[in-house]
Design a protein around this ligand. Structure first.
Ligand SMILES: NC(=O)c1ccc[n+]([C@@H]2O[C@H](COP(=O)([O-])OP(=O)(O)OC[C@H]3O[C@@H](n4cnc5c(N)ncnc54)[C@H](O)[C@@H]3O)[C@@H](O)[C@H]2O)c1
Length: 388
C-alpha cells in the first residue's frame, strides 16, 4: 500500500469559498480522515501550499490550520515540480490568467466556477488544457448536495413518470452594506469586477439542469439591478453595475420547461435558500439543499377553487419526507476526492473545463436574451471537432 502525496497550489484561498469549502471542509478534512483511499488500497494525501497576495493574511491562515507551506509567489510555486495541481478560487476575473500559467507549467488544474466571464475565454481554457494533456476540473458542487442527490435518486427510480416542469427559487436578501454589513463581497455587484447574478448562478443552473433533466436548449432571461447603490467593505458607497436578479425560463431536451428565479433582493418565505420543485405525471418533489419531500399522484389532494370560504386543505402537510438512507459528505469534498482519484489513478471524471464552458455559455446567452428581449437557442459546443 503506497501513499501518493500530492502538492496542491491553492490560490484565492483567503476568500469565502477558498477558506471554508475548499481548504477547511475539503482538503483539510481529507487530510484529517487519512487521505483518499484508492481501490488498490493506495492512499492519496493532498499537501496544500496556500498562495495569496497579502503575506500577513496568507501566513495567518496557514498558521491557523497548521499548514507549513504558504507563499506570495505563484510563479515560484508553479515552477516547483512537487506541486502537481493548481487550484483557483480567486474572484472570477482573475481566474483565466492564472489557469493559463498553470496549464503552461504542466499542472493539472481544478477551479471554481465560472471559469471565465466570456464563453470565448472559457473555451480557450478548455482547449489549452486539452492540448497540454493536463487533467482539469471545475466545481459543480450542487450535484453533490444531499437534497439534490435525493432528487436524483427519485429521477433514477422513475418516481416522476414523465417530467413536465422544474421550478427553482434561489436567493435571499443581501444587505446593502449601510445599516448592516453585506454578507457577500462587493465585487459581486460590479460588472467590471466580474460580478452579476447571471454570471454567478447560470453556470450552476446549466450543470444542474443538464445532469438531472436534459440538456438546456434555449433561454429567455430578464435581468435587473434592483438595488442601484451599495456600501462596500471599506464603507464607501458604490454604483451597482451588475444584475442582482434574473428571471429566466429554459427549454430542455425532451420538452421539459424550467423556470428559474435567482435574486439577491428577495426575502425568504420557503424552506431553504434554494428550492427546486419537479412536477411529473406520476408524482412531484420539492428539494432544498439537504431535504427532499414528495407527493405521489395517489396522495394528491383535489383542491376546488373557492375564495368565498377558508382554504380547507393544509397543502404542506400532505408531502412525505425522503429519508437520508446514507451518510452525506460535504459536496465540495466529494468532488475534490473524485478529482484527486482522476489525477492519481486516472479514474473517470467528466466535470471538466469544457463542461465549465457550458456554464459560461448559458450565462452569456442569458445576458444576450435580456439585452435583445428575445428567446435565444443554446448551440452545442465543440473543441477540436468534438461536440459536447
Ligand atoms: N461553487 C459555489 O457555490 C460558489 C459560491 C460562491 C462563489 N463561488 C465562486 O468562487 C470564487 C470566489 O468567490 P468568493 O465569494 O470566495 O470571493 P471572495 O472575494 O471571498 O474571495 C476571492 C479570493 O480572491 C482573492 N482576490 C481578490 N481580488 C484579487 C486580486 N485583485 N488579486 C489576487 N487575488 C484576489 C481574494 O484575496 C480571495 O482570496 C468566484 O469565482 C465565485 O464565482 C462559487
Amino acid at each position: 500500500m503506497a501513499t501518493h502525496t500530492i502538492g496542491i497550489i491553492m490560490n484565492g484561498v483567503t476568500g469565502r469559498m477558498g477558506t471554508n469549502q475548499h481548504l477547511i471542509r475539503s482538503i483539510l478534512a481529507i487530510r484529517n480522515q487519512g487521505g483518499v483511499t484508492l481501490s488498490n488500497g493506495d492512499v492519496i494525501m493532498p499537501d496544500p501550499i496556500l498562495v495569496g497576495r497579502n503575506e500577513n493574511k496568507i501566513q495567518a491562515l496557514a498558521e491557523a490550520h497548521n499548514i507549513s507551506r504558504w507563499s506570495t509567489d505563484l510563479d515560484q510555486c508553479l515552477n516547483d515540480p512537487y506541486n502537481l495541481i493548481y487550484f483557483d478560487s480567486q474572484t472570477t476575473v482573475r481566474r483565466a490568467q492564472d489557469l493559463k500559467k498553470a496549464i503552461a507549467a504542466g499542472k493539472h488544474v481544478y477551479c471554481e466556477k465560472p471559469t471565465a466571464t466570456s464563453l470565448e475565454e472559457s473555451l480557450h481554457l478548455a482547449r489549452l488544457a486539452n492540448d497540454a494533456g493536463v487533467k482539469n476540473g471545475v466545481v459543480q458542487d450542487k450535484l453533490f448536495l444531499p437534497g439534490l442527490l435525493k432528487l436524483k435518486r427519485l429521477i433514477d427510480s422513475g418516481f416522476f413518470g414523465r417530467i413536465l416542469s422544474v421550478r427553482i427559487e434561489f436567493g435571499y436578501w443581501v444587505f446593502e452594506g449601510n445599516w448592516q454589513p453585506a454578507q457577500r463581497p462587493s465585487w459581486n455587484y460590479r460588472k467590471e469586477d466580474g460580478g452579476g447574478i447571471i454570471i454567478d448562478m447560470f453556470p450552476h443552473w446549466r450543470y444542474l439542469l443538464d445532469n438531472l433533466f436534459g440538456t438546456v436548449k434555449a433561454v429567455s432571461c430578464l435581468g435587473i439591478t434592483h438595488i442601484p447603490k451599495r456600501v462596500d467593505e471599506l464603507g464607501n458607497t458604490y454604483e451597482c453595475t451588475a444584475d442582482d436578479a434574473a428571471y429566466a425560463t429554459f427549454e430542455l431536451e425532451g420538452g421539459i420547461i424550467a423556470q428559474v428565479n435567482s435574486s439577491w433582493a428577495v426575502r425568504v418565505n420557503r424552506d431553504d435558500l434554494f428550492t427546486i420543485q419537479v412536477d411529473g405525471t406520476e408524482g412531484s418533489a420539492v428539494a432544498g439543499l439537504r431535504d427532499c419531500k414528495v407527493q405521489h399522484r395517489v396522495n394528491t389532494p383535489k383542491p376546488v377553487w373557492n375564495p368565498d370560504m377558508p382554504n380547507p386543505i393544509n397543502f404542506r402537510e400532505q408531502w412525505q419526507v425522503i429519508p437520508d438512507n446514507q451518510i452525506f459528505d460535504n459536496a465540495f469534498k466529494v468532488q475534490w476526492e473524485m478529482f484527486l482519484k482522476h489525477v492519481v489513478a486516472d479514474e473517470p471524471y467528466t466535470l471538466d473545463l469544457l463542461e465549465g464552458a457550458k456554464g459560461t455559455q448559458l450565462a452569456e446567452l442569458g445576458l444576450l436574451s435580456w439585452k435583445e428581449r428575445r428567446w435565444v437557442d443554446v448551440p452545442e459546443l465543440s473543441i477540436g471537432g468534438v461536440k459536447v
